[in-house]
Design a protein around this ligand. Structure first.
Ligand SMILES: [Zn+2]
Ligand SMILES: [Zn+2]
Length: 435
């Protein structure tokens, strides 16, 4: 299996790996294989991966690396996760490489019966099943493949009617609104500050999307005028979650008075630079009565990146929380959101790697960012324990080539099951279907 292969790559024997891993580190399913995914593979380019095809709800890890980088020797792509409920796909983040992984996971061959027998569909339609996309924050290792989804997605059914003549079914896109305030210059940068035509230096999800239409105007206009494609702007339904005027979903920020620090947590929100993660109660972002899925969010501490969200998906089969990028101290926000969830998908950074990096002379501001705005391997188990979740899944692994021998230390202070995420790993939520 892949974990053992990874361990071998770092010179750890199978016996030592299993001993280090401990009996509750990974599920027996993971070590023995989940069985076959329920997607038919008919060409060598469609890879059938170990998966959890017999679960109605399943988590599909698309990209499990964090940070704007390709890590030497690692094939992890950047942060992206799918939650599949029945046939419906929910996406969280789209880092670089994510759309390729999405196709690997979902672009199965489909056969239709015709008078001449069974033939393979020539047109991919798998994105007809995508209901909503959620951005935790707008860093590029979470958004770089968003243009690819918007531009190429239509040809795989994104936002399109299920049949000609039926109404379009736009992908609902939820993400941070305009930050409303340029962040502090911690690195002493003297170059260009990029500004949008609307004079924002911190555009939110809605404006970012509208600017993508403008940036790709030539190809979009060609495909609509020349090739008969649908109006691209109708393929998505945009929802800014923010604190500035015009936000579609306001963040219920505590604003009861002046800053009165308690420990490291500010009880009140003042502005994004001063108080990026005030304590607050989880709030509803989306509900789909058709399949019983609801999504709530909270603020997490990604320091200067504001707003930065964690999301909780409640489904009829169980609950999954995805942390986003966050430091270990969210002033209780993540704990309130995740309490009692089945699965917590949490980011992690290898503290040993930060130490090595610090010795190479990289800017101090970067080291400060890595230390303050991410959760170290040695800390994440304690966070998961406080959240009271049954299973902790590591994703957004920094660096992407972190040795398994380091990652297994995430089990420290956590009494539940630990799964070290890998691209295209599928994890069943709730009870497996019988038969
Ligand atoms: Zn990130
Ligand atoms: Zn980030």
């Amino acid at each position: 299996m892949c974990l053992i292969r990874e361990a071998l790559k770092y010179g750890i024997s199978r016996r030592t790996f299993l001993k280090r891993a401990g009996s509750s580190l990974v599920t027996a399913q993971l070590l023995s294989g989940f069985g076959t995914v329920g997607w038919a593979a008919t060409s060598p380019s469609v890879i059938t991966r170990p998966g959890a095809g017999n679960f109605n709800t399943r988590l599909v890890l698309l990209g499990t690396a964090g940070g704007p980088a390709w890590y030497p020797g690692s094939n992890r792509v950047s942060a992206s996760t799918a939650l599949v409920v029945g046939e419906t796909i929910y996406l969280v983040d789209l880092g670089h490489g994510a759309t390729h992984r999405m196709a690997e996971a979902f672009n199965a061959s489909i056969f239709v019966n015709t008078a001449g027998g069974k033939v393979e569909e020539t047109q991919s339609r798998f994105l007809q099943h995508a209901d909503a996309l959620f951005f935790t924050h707008l860093h590029l290792d979470h958004t770089a493949d968003y243009p690819a989804l918007l531009l190429v997605g239509q040809n795989a059914g994104l936002g399109s009617p299920k049949a000609p003549g039926q109404p379009a079914r736009p992908l609902k896109v939820f993400g941070p609104g305009d930050r409303g305030q340029l962040e502090e210059n911690k690195s002493g940068y003297q170059g260009t500050i990029v500004e949008t035509p609307g004079s924002s230096t911190t555009p939110g999800t809605r404006e970012m999307t509208n600017l993508l239409w403008q940036a790709f105007a030539q190809t979009i206009n060609d495909f609509t005028l020349n090739n008969g494609w649908l109006d691209f702007t109708t393929l998505v339904e945009l929802h800014d979650i923010g604190w500035t005027e015009g936000s579609d979903i306001p963040i219920p920020l505590p604003r009861r008075g002046p800053l009165d620090p308690i420990g490291q947590c500010a009880p009140y929100f003042i502005d994004p630079n001063t108080t990026p993660c005030p304590p607050l109660a989880p709030f509803m972002v989306y509900r789909n009565p058709a399949n019983g899925v609801s999504v709530r969010a909270t603020l997490v501490d990604h320091h200067q990146v504001f707003p930065s969200f964690a999301y909780r998906f409640d489904t009829p089969d169980g609950s999954v929380v995805i942390s986003g990028d966050t430091g270990a101290n969210t002033c209780g926000n993540l704990q309130r959101l995740a309490q009692g969830a089945d699965v917590l998908v949490h980011e992690v950074i290898d503290e040993a790697w930060i130490e090595v990096l610090a010795g190479t002379g990289v800017p101090g501001a970067l080291i400060e960012h890595l230390n303050a705005t991410h959760t170290k391997i040695g800390e994440v188990g304690g966070v998961a324990e406080e959240c009271g979740v049954r299973t902790l899944v590591l994703n957004h692994i920094v660096p992407g080539n972190a040795p398994v021998g380091h990652l297994v230390k995430a089990k420290r202070n956590f009494s539940g099951e630990l799964i070290i995420g890998e691209d295209l790993m599928q994890i069943g939520v709730g009870r497996a279907r019988s038969g």
